[in-house]
Design a protein around this ligand. Structure first.
Ligand code: NAG
Length: 377
């Protein structure tokens, strides 16, 4: 397999060690070698707001508190922060699950969605809204196919060019899914077959009793891209490579097992990674940005692709800052946030994720005080 030599790849060659393992001086040297000044484009980022007008609750295992109203106030603070920037972002990447499934039980699906979209509408820029599992707990695909806040919700994969030389590819992780489709939709039937084969425990009501390792992904809250979308992805990446463009992929569900807790990947993540690593793609993918796993994780893979899984505002509510700003140059991607560990953690379950160390920025022409990390691309 062939990929052009990228800075991150050069650092990684011959080892799986990522940037945090390098001496700080190496990072500073990398940083100083790239041009400063205005980025080609910037965008806001937020994942899994999952808000509901409901008192705080717990996850199924009763291990994690969910701050449903605090998550909404975090979205409000995020919008205020993006509004405060001297240069507004080009768009906001809402990485899915903007409302919680509990809204369906409360009969609040539309109310909660309108409130969240109303916050994003205070901005002068558009939001790129992504479908997550919680959208599908609240609305089915027929409804989403008519939703004005999506592009074409029955097949929500599309791409756009935010700046010369860059392409953003948005994936729909629930094309093959147990949730959202009509019972007789071929994409639902494919999902039922696949889960029946790969995780028979689901039918028996014990989702994790009979699966281990990466097979833990074969549960109904994940889904697959499916053949049609994978073909489309390969073509997008080949076109981008041929045009000399770099690519950022946005998806709710995670594409790499090491960018999450190990159970929240796409059912067909091996095929997705294969497409990214193909000769035709020519190493054009710089980064993959996801949500879904609320505790977030960073992983730079052996091909130099930065997999960033962003944290949910639901974790810390009013005490957290799970939102950020992404700034893109040809040689690097910078991520800014008020508190980087609230957005993209340096450590998860006591283990370093390999996320580059953040530095404090006192405020400049682009934002007030914040923390920042730089990913060479
Ligand atoms: C989708 O939801 C709408 C509105 O609740 C309902 O009328 C329709 O029957 C649903 N379609 C499917 C396929 O479940």
């Amino acid at each position: 397999m062939h990929t052009p030599l990228r800075p991150c790849l050069a650092l990684l060659r011959g080892s799986m060690v990522c940037m945090s393992a390098l001496p700080r001086s190496a990072l500073i040297a990398t940083d100083a070698s790239v041009p400063q000044g205005r980025p080609l484009f910037t965008f806001g980022i937020i994942a899994d707001v999952q808000w509901a007008d409901h008192e705080d609750g717990y996850n199924f295992a009763q291990t994690t508190v969910r701050r449903y109203r605090g998550a909404f106030r975090t979205l409000q603070r995020a919008v205020n922060w993006w509004l405060s920037l001297p240069h507004p972002p080009l768009f906001i990447a809402n990485l899915g699950d903007i409302i919680d499934g509990i809204n369906a039980k409360l009969g609040h699906s539309s109310l909660a969605l309108d409130a969240a979209l109303g916050e994003l509408a205070r901005l002068p820029c558009p939001a790129v809204n992504i479908i997550g599992n919680h959208e599908l707990y609240n609305f089915n695909r027929t409804e989403l196919s008519r939703a004005p806040w999506l592009k074409h919700g029955d097949r929500e994969f599309h791409s756009f060019s935010p700046a010369d030389g860059w392409r953003v590819v948005v994936l729909d992780p629930y094309q093959i899914a147990m949730i959202g489709h009509a019972a007789d939709d071929p994409r639902h039937l494919t999902a039922v077959d696949l889960i029946g084969q790969r995780n028979p425990g689901v039918a028996a009501g014990e989702w994790f009793a009979r699966v281990e390792g990466n097979d833990k992904r074969f549960v109904p809250y994940n889904g697959g891209l499916g053949w049609e979308q994978l073909q489309w992805l390969r073509r997008q990446l080949a076109d981008a490579a041929a045009a000399g463009e770099r690519v950022i992929i946005l998806c709710h569900v995670i594409l790499h097992p090491r960018a999450c807790g190990g159970g929240t990947m796409l059912w067909d993540f091996p095929e997705a990674l294969e497409a990214i690593r193909s000769e035709e793609a020519g190493g054009c993918v710089a980064a993959v940005f996801c949500g879904h796993d609320h505790f977030g994780r960073y992983f730079c893979d052996e091909y130099g692709v930065h997999h960033c899984t962003f944290c949910s505002p639901l974790n810390k509510g009013d005490e957290g800052n799970a939102f950020g700003l992404v700034r893109v140059w040809n040689e690097r991607i910078e991520i800014r946030g008020l508190h980087m560990n609230d957005l993209l953690p340096e450590v998860r379950r006591g283990e370093p994720t390999g996320r580059p160390a953040s530095t404090f920025c006192e405020g400049d022409a682009f934002s007030g005080p914040c923390e920042t990390i730089t990913l060479p691309v």
